[in-house]
Unconditional design. Sequence first.
Length: 78
Amino acid sequence: MDDQQELSYGQKAVGVRFNPSENPWVTTLKKQYAATIDILNEQREASNNPEVKRQLSIAITETQTAQMWAVKAMTWQY
């Protein structure tokens, strides 16, 4: 990924550029979770229904949580 490229909402949400161990599994996971978050965010922005927006916001938060746990598992050293 080009460091000069503008990041999508999902890429920012998962910190796609942060992988100090350069673990290829972390890179793959972050890209996939970012794509999911981008879809959810696009739907949230397109909706006029406050309840749908709330549900999509929760889905984004839970996806970020899942991504963080997945990265933790991929980098577990103890």
